[in-house]
Write a protein that binds this ligand. Structure first.
Ligand SMILES: [Zn+2]
Ligand SMILES: [Zn+2]
Length: 300
């Protein structure tokens, strides 16, 4: 498909994808993870479920893209993958090590941990979202943190590879803001694995370039419909929809933005962002210099 070529929205295949891809992918990935718990191989099956959802989204991005122009390369694949490896590798390795060393861990004997697993998962999602919402909102409203978060927002198109594109300080801030809430909630380790898995599934879904209409789900979960508005280059529009998984805190604090059947504005940032991975890592520490630079290669 050529860039900007109109997508045929009328085919049965396209209409089915629009309405059912999101719930289908969340349900089937969850079913794969549930099988892993039954077989006592939850980490292996989590990886399989993640590979399943990514493989589907790669195919759907080709078949039913939200914007065909976003399929064009933006020269940011290297930095996207670099940030992803650094974050998912180092930050998550750190968490696993801390859990392995017993420095942090769930309390499986707490009263909350005796509740039915679905209830614990809901508690975990709601409670961890307090930290995630707070850290994300601060990253938009506090100029020093925005320098880091701007790396995530600097791309001009969204696709699933953008999911892990975060400056590592930004990632660390989100982890440090949410994990204590998760641990203090008293949910079991199984529930923590479920909350982490759901976060991973929803993360890749919110950034995918697949034409989806999530309908009423937009009032509960973070979806591609909502997150694309969050990536708007207009700050008054982008400074909404901070939820990572749930929209609960956005609705309560008045930052929920959902424009039904309305095409999004352009995405990106108004400031300069270096094009190279290494320069993106150092940009928070030399922000003013980068903004006034005339010879640095920046994202256009
Ligand atoms: Zn943001
Ligand atoms: Zn995003």
């Amino acid at each position: 498909m050529k860039p900007n070529q109109a997508v045929d929205h009328s085919s049965l295949y396209h209409r089915a994808t629009r309405h059912f891809a999101w719930p289908f992918l969340v349900a089937t990935s969850s079913a794969i993870l549930a099988s892993g718990f039954l077989l006592d191989r939850e980490i292996l099956y989590f990886n399989l479920s993640y590979a399943w959802i990514v493989a589907w989204l790669l195919l759907l991005e080709i078949g039913v893209p939200y914007r065909s122009s976003w399929r064009k390369t933006d020269g940011q694949l290297g930095p996207d993958l670099g940030h992803t490896i650094l974050n998912k590798g180092l930050v998550q390795l750190l968490i696993v090590q801390l859990i392995g060393l017993g420095i942090v861990g769930a309390n499986d004997s707490s009263t909350v941990a005796t509740l039915p697993l679905p209830i614990q998962i809901i508690i975990g999602l709601v409670v961890s979202e307090i930290g995630l919402y707070g850290a994300h909102r601060l990253a938009h409203e506090w100029p020093l943190l925005w320098r880091c978060h701007a790396v995530h927002h600097s791309v001009k198109k969204l696709w699933l590879v953008n999911t892990g594109r975060f400056h590592f300080i930004d990632s660390l801030a989100s982890v440090l803001a949410s994990v204590p809430f998760l641990l203090l909630s008293g949910i079991s380790m199984d529930a923590i694995v479920w909350v982490s898995a759901i976060t991973a599934y929803l993360g890749v879904l919110t950034h995918c370039n697949v034409d989806m209409d999530c309908g009423w789900l937009n009032y509960v979960f973070n979806t591609p419909n909502l997150h694309r508005w969050h990536h708007s280059d207009k700050r008054d529009i982008g400074n909404n929809n901070y939820g990572e998984n749930l929209m609960l805190w956005d609705i309560l604090f008045g930052t929920f933005l959902y424009k039904k059947h309305c095409d999004i504005t352009d995405i990106g940032i108004t400031e300069k962002m270096p094009a190279s991975f290494i320069n993106q890592l150092t940009v928070p520490f030399r922000w003013s210099k980068v903004q006034s630079s005339t010879d640095l290669e920046v994202i256009k």
